[in-house]
Design a protein around this ligand. Structure first.
Ligand SMILES: NC(=O)c1ccc[n+]([C@@H]2O[C@H](COP(=O)([O-])OP(=O)(O)OC[C@H]3O[C@@H](n4cnc5c(N)ncnc54)[C@H](OP(=O)(O)O)[C@@H]3O)[C@@H](O)[C@H]2O)c1
Length: 336
């Protein structure tokens, strides 16, 4: 007998500032058995990502806002346990949009069947082989356009996106500088990801001075994940015709009021800096190439992967909040 009982995390109220547990609720539901073209999926892993904070705002940011008192959603990997679709069988592993839920009913066309290269590493499809890995790939190649010998600076450098950016840029023959919030993360980037210099932005004092010291020839490409003082410091040391791949600005995501802007934006003009915002979902034309390259780099250990794995849907809110305190190290994954 199939069990249709599921647990979901609902958004109960819209956070002001940093979210708290009170903004969320765990809810037990009984799902309706799958109808034609629908399948029942048991999730195995789900992703928590910084962009979800934007979805908790009534106005959203670039993604649809989450509705109150409804299950939240996002990337997850699960196993088909019942199928009413001819292309999906019981036991198939599928990428789905049903994060924050341990089980869900989904129409077959919303699922991507995976052919994992290692069945013991399914969470990779939420990290290095998934959305964050593709963000690193698209942002660096399409918008950073680094050339051999250039200096690439990456903020949130040990995270799901940043660690991949650092390692791809190293493979391209660039001098890579990362910024992180702890010495442990810094050491890992130096030892395992072979980056050239790491700045602990919490301990370095003046960030412009630290960056100028780490990048004596200036910065050619900035992979922007943090915003605020990181952007300001980078513009100070950016070279003429530098490129900024503007991926995210996590330091601003919990602001209730807009933060003051960097005080040196005029440098963009004089230094002829190109700043490109981008959203990974607009670049699916690069998906096949990304997957082929990244899978082979992971297999050959040209890209090393770090994850923080939190167990249980009931700990998923804590896992999400850890993204803002820096308590994740590498890709944050919730194992169901
Ligand atoms: N444009 C797109 O399509 C796209 C897609 C995916 C992700 N993103 C963006 O990429 C960035 C990284 O995402 P991710 O998934 O890879 O997250 P992540 O780096 O795995 O986790 C977030 C990290 O950000 C750092 N951080 C948090 N608050 C900070 C603050 N106030 N100042 C400086 N650093 C702070 C923390 O690292 P430390 O310990 O080092 O401080 C934390 O571990 C985010 O801005 C995200 O929104 C954009």
């Amino acid at each position: 007998m199939t069990n249709y009982n599921a647990q979901q995390i609902h958004l109960k109220s819209r956070p002001k500032g940093l979210p708290t547990q009170d903004n969320f609720e765990i809810v037990e539901v009984e799902l309706t058995p799958p109808q034609k073209n629908e399948v029942l999926v048991q999730n195995l892993y789900m992703s928590v990502d910084p962009y979800m904070r934007g979805r908790m705002r009534a106005e959203g940011v670039y993604a649809e806002p989450y509705a109150l008192n409804q299950p939240m959603y996002g990337g997850a990997v699960g196993e088909v346990i019942e199928s009413n679709n001819e292309n999906l069988q019981k036991g198939d592993i599928v990428l789905n949009g049903g994060a924050w839920q341990d089980k869900l009913i989904a129409t077959a066309d919303t699922l991507t069947k995976l052919t994992p290269f290692d069945k013991n590493r399914l969470s990779l499809y939420l990290g290095t082989l998934g959305m964050p890995g593709m963000t690193a790939y698209v942002g660096l190649f399409k918008f950073g356009e680094p050339k051999k010998g250039e200096t690439v600076f990456v903020s949130a450098a040990s995270g799901a996106v940043g660690a991949n950016v650092c390692q791809i840029a190293k493979q391209l023959g660039c001098r890579v500088i990362g910024s992180v919030g702890s010495d442990e993360k810094a050491q890992w980037l130096l030892d395992e990801c072979k980056v050239d210099e790491v700045i602990n932005y919490k301990a370095c004092g003046d960030l412009t001075q630290a960056l100028a010291k780490a990048a004596p020839n200036g910065v050619d490409v900035y992979f922007e994940n943090v915003g605020g003082s990181h952007l300001e410091a980078t513009l100070n040391v950016m070279n003429h015709f530098g490129r900024v791949a503007a991926c995210g600005m996590i330091s601003t995501y919990n602001n209730s009021e807009p933060a003051p802007g960097p005080n040196n934006l005029m440098l963009i003009v004089g230094k002829k800096v190109r700043i490109n915002g981008f959203i990974v979902f607009d670049h699916n034309d690069m998906r096949a190439q990304f997957l082929s390259d990244m899978e082979s780099w992971v297999k050959d250990r040209k890209i090393v992967v770090r994850e923080t794995v939190v167990e249980g849907l009931d700990n998923s809110v804590d896992a999400f909040l850890a993204l803002f305190s820096g308590d994740n190290f590498g890709k944050m994954i919730v194992k169901m």
